[in-house]
Design a protein around this ligand. Structure first.
Ligand code: TZP
Ligand code: MG
Length: 303
């Protein structure tokens, strides 16, 4: 799979945290997240021996292959290579992106945690494939790390064009605020793997992301429609008309646009062009030209 991942499909990134689910195996819990729709998994084990990490990496590699999902290893580029993971995740104090790239080659994904705007810009410049943006909220999974707040999520959204995942203290209760700040991808750890039902939490977070997609699509469609309605077609140059007996200059290209420009389009009125009534159904196709005589006759009163 490697670098040829489809980031459009990766909306929810889940990282292991075995202390968050005593009595349940890492592999079972991570499989639940895949069943719930997780689009990318990371092995993060800060306390185990290298051989334990290697064993988990082999198992998660096999699991993620079955689900067709990219697999990332934190802290151990050598293990990432050994198990043919799709990439590595670096911290700010780990090896540089350049060193990781030399070690892993162009085909592997390199992600890096970032905590403020300069980190984000630098990571993109140095060739990171994605960045983590966080911790957005205080979190016991990364204790002692100051929360960057949703303000940094908004900055990252406008500053970088590589994918970013918002991370840190994200739950189903606060995810909407993170998405509203501009996050298209979420990463949650304890809220998912520490829950009784990791698959259900994944589904709920994904639903929130999808709902935001739909809201954005419909607001984009409205903006386009409004733009068309308010600005309409504009002519290259001004045309000079006679409007209700006075000279009038406009860049509206059609009668419909002119009426929108005058704030009259939704009024009850009759429009005449050179003495002929033009029905409302033909306003859009009635082109304006120099010298036309336009009369707008308002209906007043009821009836
Ligand atoms: N990097 C930034 S915050 C964090 C990491 C690994 C931990 C996120 O865990 P949680 O439990 O979702 O707050
Ligand atoms: Mg590290």
């Amino acid at each position: 799979m490697s670098k040829r991942v489809d980031w459009e499909q990766i909306r929810l990134y889940v990282i292991t945290a075995q202390d968050a689910h005593p009595g349940k195996s890492v592999i079972d819990v991570m499989e639940q997240t895949l069943i719930g729709g997780a689009g990318m998994l990371q092995l993060r084990n800060k306390t185990g021996s290298r051989s334990e990490v290697l064993e988990q990496a082999w198992a998660l590699r096999a699991l993620t292959r079955r689900y067709g999902v990219p697999f990332i290893v934190n802290d151990y580029p050598d293990i990432a290579l050994e198990v043919d993971a799709d990439g590595v995740h670096l911290g700010q104090d780990d090896m540089s992106i350049k060193e990781a790239r030399t070690l892993l080659g162009d085909d592997k994904i390199i992600g890096i945690s970032t905590h403020f705007a300069e980190h984000a810009v630098q990571a993109e410049r140095e060739g990171a494939d994605y960045i983590g943006v966080g911790p957005v909220f205080p979190t016991n999974t990364k204790p002692g790390k100051a929360a960057v707040t949703t303000a940094y999520v908004a900055e990252a959204a406008s500053l970088v064009s590589i994918p970013f995942v918002a991370i840190g203290g994200i739950t189903t209760d606060n995810a909407d605020a993170v998405i509203s700040a501009g996050a298209k991808r979420l990463c949650a750890v304890s809220a998912i793997v520490g829950s009784e039902d990791p698959a259900a939490v994944c589904r709920e977070l994904l639903q929130k992301l999808k709902a935001a997609d739909r809201a954005e699509e419909s607001s984009n469609a409205n903006a386009i429609a409004n733009e068309r309605e308010t600005s309409g077609h504009k002519a290259e140059e001004n045309v000079t008309l006679s409007l209700n007996g006075s000279s009038y200059q406009t860049r509206s290209a059609t009668l419909d646009c002119l009426l929108a420009e005058l704030g009259q389009r939704d009024k009850r009125l009759v429009a005449e062009v050179d003495g002929e009534i033009v029905p409302r159904s033909r306003w859009q196709e009635t082109a304006l030209a120099d010298g036309l005589r336009i009369e707008l006759i308002q209906f007043v009163g009821g009836g």
